[in-house]
Design a protein. Structure first.
Length: 110
């Protein structure tokens, strides 16, 4: 109970505008502002860096998967048309190669 009364007395003195209330409050606000500014600046830069790293990893993974899928499609195209005439085989290989050069990868919708 004594703690509650002491806290109530402190807040009552601050509300009344005691002699030390204004300088303490101003110092508190300045300290709080500097702490919040430095912490938020640090956290924000770390979050931006983490997002950039994640984006780079995702792009690298997409490139790897696209190359793998292109190779798989080329292999399947060649084996599926192995008994077709040479012109048909070369046209199939050329179409897969052109699709890869466009950058979409085989079978990936735009």
């Amino acid at each position: 109970m004594a703690v509650d009364q002491g806290m109530a007395g402190d807040s009552a003195q601050e509300a009344a505008g005691g002699p030390d209330a204004a300088p303490d409050r101003q110092e508190y606000e300045q300290t709080l502002d500097s702490v919040v500014t430095s912490v938020s600046g640090t956290c924000y830069s770390q979050l931006v860096q983490a997002v950039s790293v994640a984006r780079g990893r995702a792009q690298a993974a997409r490139s790897t998967v696209t190359l793998f899928a292109g190779g798989l499609m080329a292999a399947l195209s060649v084996t599926a048309i192995a008994d077709r005439p040479a012109a048909t085989r070369w046209m199939g290989i050329a179409s897969v190669a052109l699709e890869e050069l466009r950058g979409r990868g085989p079978g990936i919708p735009v």
